[in-house]
Write a protein that binds this ligand. Structure first.
Ligand SMILES: *Cc1c(COP(=O)(O)O)cnc(C)c1O
Length: 382
């Protein structure tokens, strides 16, 4: 593809390479090779697949193009991406992280990092003053997720990026919920963007993958060094699946987002539901802040049931959604965060954060919204 600055929908389809440079084939092939011939002992563009692989290069270029980064990195899972990005920190550093974030990231940040000599403060990152108050002389970075998961707290990305720049801190953002289609954090001043591509980017619940990108060449060099040194790279076959999934992101996400809006509005009127968390609702607390930095509400929503006794019948009766800890698939996914996505967080911490046993999260898929509603309503009936 030429260097023309194409719009996102076009980039999603054509990505970095929209055909095989070697043959003109309509897709970049799956290159399973672990190593490459060095003619006369001299390496070519690729020398060993942990260091570089044409199938992986495809998705690494794609995420850099989509987010406006200078280079991208593909990892075996979203957690491998989170851990590899956080390898920018070293022993003695201090990290500020959100209280309310993906359970796996919470586990890594609160148990693995401290074992490596990196201290962590958990704060409500939607409160800029709380972030500022947590900064210490040894603070090195701020980790963010917005909307937060599962309570949809909105962090003002421009304000945090500005504060971080002024204090010489690195900012890392998990953009899994929004995808580059709805939120482009590098343009708002964030340094490193992370994705669990297992979710919307892959989009079919048939793949695990993680992506990282940055617009800073120096950070890019360090991320590349660690990726090659540590080796948690995405396999060529999974790169093919991910590249294929990314092509239809716009169609999938826009359809799912429209249905999420319908379900959120109807759930809000339902007598069994006390509260709905979804940025697309007119009375949603962080709405203005969210739409100042994102182009849509996304396709994930959470809601609170009137009482705990309603959870069991809902989980037993509901038929269409897969009941599971994930999101971003073409099929609707219903998660009981307490026991699934956030199981790694101790009960007392969850209570304190407001992640209650009555909370349900739905990642809306691309089924007919009326079928989804009928199914949900049946699950919530007296
Ligand atoms: C799922 C998820 C992750 C972890 O990704 P895996 O691919 O499961 O390792 C990280 N962050 C968010 C927001 C997620 O939803």
């Amino acid at each position: 593809m030429t260097q023309k600055a194409y719009r996102t929908a076009t980039l999603l389809v054509h990505q970095g390479k929209d055909r095989d440079p070697a043959t003109g084939a309509s897709v970049v092939p799956i290159y399973p090779a672990s190593t490459y011939h060095h003619p006369g002992g001299v390496p070519g563009e690729f020398d060993y697949s942990r260091s570089g692989n044409p199938s992986r290069e495809q998705v690494e270029e794609a995420i850099a193009l989509l987010e406006g980064g200078c280079r991208g990195f593909a990892y075996a899972t979203g957690m491998a991406a989170v851990g590899s990005a956080l390898a920018l920190l070293k022993s003695g550093d201090h990290l500020i992280a959100p209280e309310d974030l993906y359970g796996g990231s919470w586990r890594y940040i609160s148990t693995v990092l401290p074992q490596q000599g990196i201290s962590v403060s958990s704060v409500d990152t939607s409160d800029l003053a709380a972030i500022e108050a947590a900064i210490r002389p040894e603070t090195r970075a701020i980790f963010l997720e917005t909307p937060s998961n599962p309570l949809f707290k909105i962090t003002d990305l421009r304000a945090v990026a500005e504060l971080a720049r002024a204090r010489g801190l690195l900012t890392l953002l998990d953009n899994t919920f929004m995808t580059p289609l709805l939120q482009r954090p590098l343009e708002l001043g964030i340094d490193v963007v992370i994705h669990s591509a297992t979710k919307f980017l892959g989009g079919h619940s048939d793949l695990m993958a993680g992506l990282v990108t940055t617009a800073d060449p120096e950070l890019g060099k360090r991320l590349k060094y660690f990726q090659n040194a540590f080796g948690a790279v995405l396999s060529p076959f999974d790169c093919f699946l991910l590249s294929r999934g990314i092509k239809t992101l716009k169609l999938r996400l826009e359809a799912a987002q429209a249905s999420a809006q319908v379900l959120a509005e109807r759930l809000q009127q339902h007598p069994a539901v006390t509260r709905v968390y979804f940025p697309g609702l007119p009375d949603f607390a962080g709405r203005e802040r969210h739409f100042a930095q994102a182009g849509g509400a996304g396709a994930v929503l959470s809601f609170e049931l009137k009482e705990k006794a309603l959870i069991k019948p809902l989980l037993e009766r509901i038929a269409l959604p897969i009941i599971a800890p994930s999101l971003g698939g073409v099929e609707t996914i219903l998660t009981h965060c307490w026991s699934m996505s956030h199981a790694a967080i101790p009960a007392s911490t969850k209570e304190k954060l407001g992640i209650r046993e009555t909370l349900v999260r739905i990642s809306v898929g691309i089924e007919d919204v009326e079928d989804l509603w009928e199914d949900l309503a049946a699950g919530l009936a007296d």
